[in-house]
Design a protein around this ligand. Structure first.
Ligand code: ZN
Length: 103
C-alpha cells in the first residue's frame, strides 16, 4: 500500500514538474519571439493591390497572395490581370507566327 502511494506521489510530482517546465519553455519561447512578432500581433497592415491603400489585415480580402480593400477592387484587379495575360498570350502567338514565317 505504501509503495503505491509513493509511486502515486512520484507520478504527481513528475507530472507537475513537466507541466511547469512546459509553461516555462512556452514563456521563454514567447519572450524570444516576442520582439520580432510585434508588428504581426493584432492589426497587421496590408496593402490593396489595386489602389495601394493600407488597411488592417482583418478588414482586407485575400486572393491568390494579393490583398484588397474591397471585393470591387479585387474583381477589377483580377479582371485586369486576366487581360494582361491574354495580351501576353497574343504577343507570344505573334512571335511564334513571325518565327514560323522566318523559317
Ligand atoms: Zn483598394
Amino acid at each position: 500500500m505504501n509503495l503505491l502511494l509513493i509511486r502515486l506521489i512520484i507520478f504527481a510530482v513528475l507530472f507537475f514538474a513537466g507541466l511547469k517546465l512546459y509553461r516555462m519553455y512556452r514563456e521563454w519561447k514567447l519572450d524570444r519571439e516576442g520582439p520580432q512578432q510585434e508588428g504581426d500581433q493584432g492589426n497587421r497592415m496590408v496593402r490593396c493591390s489595386w489602389c495601394q491603400v493600407h488597411l488592417p489585415e482583418e478588414d482586407a480580402l485575400r486572393e491568390r497572395g494579393d490583398w484588397f480593400c474591397s471585393g470591387d477592387h479585387r474583381d477589377k484587379y483580377l479582371a485586369e490581370r486576366k487581360e494582361e495575360q491574354k495580351e501576353e498570350k497574343k504577343e507570344e502567338q505573334k512571335e511564334e507566327n513571325k518565327q514560323e514565317r522566318d523559317d
